[in-house]
Design a protein around this ligand. Structure first.
Ligand code: DCP
Ligand code: MG
Length: 363
């Protein structure tokens, strides 16, 4: 139901944001360049008989239940006739440059999230934001023969959720007066930043949809979930997100971390936790096709004291086994095993070229 201007949060009247995301990006590039692949289940990533994972796959392959980050062996079991193709990052990076050129035709405020997606702040453009989204789509198709999908909304949170709703080749618009209705039935899991672990935690409190959070005030949520998650939930569940589009600043490292439910003393268990965190980092490196030279391990002990240990390699890497080995070696240089640990983090920095220092949220 529409609502009066009075009920609309003022931040929703401030900005016009487009989130643009290419459709099955790596697979689409390969299908464009080899028409024999069109209409077939195509998987980009490792080979089926190795320990590799699926980077992405065509929509035909998705019908078999295949998705990004799935083990190739499992993808093969689901669809033995699928065509497995190794990734060609040079090509994807070239296309990525082309799409960024198109974004820049409309605004200088462009924040790339990975090779195939970006936020655009078009608040001050004379055209309607929806019209700009159409033009971006058209111009990208003319330049690359590839399609993408756009979300048009008053902030980054909503634009990102919206761009995923009409894939492939679609545009979804969320206007300020629609935000309440849009958020009410949205699963919390759709909020960027709420992953499987947080989802599980929220479900244990009976919180599944955004509107389930509305029953609690900020104070309740902070008490239940702490200042960070509590405040985040309160605002995001209402569709509020005041983060600006950051075109200038460039992240120089990419990392992930995990706080344990209970402090861990056992070194083997810590090793397993490092593997989980390193896996997330490697996935993000892959997704953005970047490699780094320096690996840093962060350890927070039960008493909240934090130490970091780093190692710089001779060459660049984005390989799980390598990053894992180094992180393990770094763990041995801490007091882990003798002091209980409450958090482990792994990050990679010192990227291959300045171009690769893409701004990414901590995952
Ligand atoms: N990617 C990756 N590993 C992942 C996720 C993605 O290597 N776990 C790579 C391959 C994708 C590209 O990043 O083509 C873009 O990621 P998206 O999440 O946007 O996925 P797609 O563009 O492939 O599909 P969609 O049409 O759902 O956007
Ligand atoms: Mg995409």
């Amino acid at each position: 139901m529409a609502e009066s201007e009075h009920d609309i949060h003022p931040s929703l009247l401030k900005r016009k944001i487009i989130h643009f995301d290419m459709d099955c990006f790596y697979a689409a590039v390969e299908m464009r360049d080899d028409p024999r692949l069109v209409g077939k289940p195509v998987i980009i990533g490792g080979q089926p008989n190795t320990r590799g994972v699926v980077a992405t796959c065509s929509y035909e392959a998705r019908r078999f239940g295949i998705h990004s980050a799935m083990a190739c062996s499992q993808a093969y079991r689901l669809c033995p006739s699928a065509i497995f193709i190794p990734p060609n990052f040079e090509k994807y990076r070239a296309v990525s440059d082309q799409i960024r050129q198109v974004f820049k035709q409309f605004t200088q405020q462009v924040e790339p999230l990975s090779l195939d997606e970006a936020y655009l702040d078009v608040t001050h453009h004379e055209l309607y934001a929806t019209r700009i989204a159409c033009l971006v789509k058209q111009n990208i198709f003319e330049a690359t023969s590839l399609t993408g999908s756009a979300g048009v909304a008053p902030n980054k949170l909503l634009a990102k959720i919206a761009s995923d709703m009409n894939k492939p080749n679609g545009i979804t618009v969320v206007q300020p007066h629609q935000v309440r209705g849009f958020m009410s039935v949205l699963p919390l899991r759709k909020i960027n930043g709420i992953g499987p672990a947080t989802e599980k935690k929220l479900l244990s409190y009976g919180l599944k949809l955004c509107q389930d959070v509305w029953a609690y005030n900020l104070f309740d949520l902070v008490e239940k979930f702490g200042a960070n998650l509590g405040g985040f939930l309160f605002h995001r569940a209402r569709g509020i997100d005041e983060r600006p589009v950051r075109s200038q600043s460039k992240r120089k490292s990419l990392g992930a971390e995990n706080t344990f439910e209970r402090d861990i003393l056992d070194l083997n268990r810590l090793g397993a936790e490092i593997l989980r965190v390193a896996h997330r980092v490697v996935e993000a490196l892959w997704k953005q096709s970047i490699q780094g030279k320096t690996i840093t391990l962060k350890v927070k002990y039960a008493d909240f004291k934090v130490v970091t240990r780093s190692k710089t390699l001779n060459g660049y890497t984005c390989e799980l086994t390598k990053i894992m080995d180094v992180a393990q070696e770094l763990l041995n240089k801490t007091e882990a095993g003798r002091r209980p640990v409450r958090l482990i983090g792994v990050s990679v920095s010192n990227f291959r070229s300045p171009d690769d220092q893409i701004l990414t949220p901590l995952i």
